[in-house]
Design a protein. Structure first.
Length: 293
């Protein structure tokens, strides 16, 4: 259902408030540059610091600006199953095409608890669900056998995974059980080349915020089986992928956006702060290396 270059959109702020005009401009640019779908209110979108009303206003604006040109996959995860269900309903009311859901974080449920969480969510959610496995942030890992169990139990609801585990072997494990119809999408830009080579179909990307055309071209080369072009684009983007996490995200990516989109706001919400000097130097060099400045 989903493939290609899918930016995990930043949320611009000005004077503490959601900067709607900047966000609408970002969405148009992303679509014009070849992004195949959009993810508002994920980790990169600072969803952890958004009140519920603002969170789904951002989703509504994204849907309105996209105007059906590309799908919108809204972040809706929670460590409270009832809240996750309510978030899915809000996303549906906002017009999202699908939802992106982490497993419950902080309370660290068992694998059975993870299964039962998603069992309850899917029963109350009418939208397709993309699982988001990022144990480095959630301290909760959807083990392959659990992911396979979830998808096989509810194949019409769970359509893909954003895999940010860094464990490339899982691509083969998942594909062997679930087939090619289940969309395996990398959550790590720097591993996207290897991930796609093993059967992945795209990346929910931080770097695509800043280099949407290059990321879209990279994914197109992978899909076409043009390994030489894909490797050349990977090499061109690699320093940028690394620089995106040279300090706490999304500080570096907002800094980079201000360099490639004049006037884009770099404001963050506490506890996130602006990237350090070394990070800014690394990002400046990476932008130059990629030919973006």
């Amino acid at each position: 259902m989903f493939s290609g270059s899918i930016p995990a959109l930043v949320t611009p702020f000005r004077n503490g408030a959601f900067a709607e005009s900047d966000f609408r401009d970002l969405i148009d640019w992303q679509i014009d540059q070849g992004s195949s779908a959009l993810v508002p209110c994920g980790t990169t979108g600072e969803s952890a610091t958004m009140p519920k009303g603002e969170h789904f206003e951002v989703v509504r604006v994204c849907v309105d600006q996209a105007k059906g040109r590309v799908p919108v996959i809204a972040g809706t995860g929670s460590n409270d199953t009832a809240v996750a269900i309510a978030n899915c309903r809000e996303a549906m009311d906002a017009g999202a095409d699908a939802v992106l859901m982490v497993p419950p974080y902080y309370n660290r449920p068992s694998q059975e608890g993870i299964f039962r969480h998603f069992e309850a969510v899917q029963a109350a959610c009418d939208l397709p669900i993309v699982l988001y496995n990022v144990p480095g942030r959630t301290v909760t890992d959807i083990q392959p056998e659990t992911l396979i169990r979830i998808v096989q139990a509810f194949p019409d609801k769970f359509v893909g995974v954003k895999d940010a585990t860094g464990d490339l072997a899982r691509v083969s494990t998942h594909r062997a059980a679930l087939g090619e119809g289940f969309a395996q999408i990398s959550g790590n830009d720097d591993l996207a080349l290897a991930y796609n080579a093993m059967g992945g179909v795209g990346c929910i990307s931080v770097t695509a915020n800043v280099a949407p055309r290059l990321c879209a071209d990279f994914q197109a080369a992978c899909a076409a089986g043009d390994s030489a072009a894909a490797l050349a684009l990977h090499d061109r983007l690699f320093a940028l992928h690394v620089a995106m996490f040279s300090d706490a995200s999304p500080g570096p990516v907002k800094y980079a956006l201000s360099k490639v989109r004049a006037g884009f706001p770099t404001e963050l919400r506490l506890p996130m702060v602006e990237p350090c000097a070394a990070s800014r130097v690394a990002m400046d060099a990476a932008l130059a290396s990629a030919g973006l400045v």
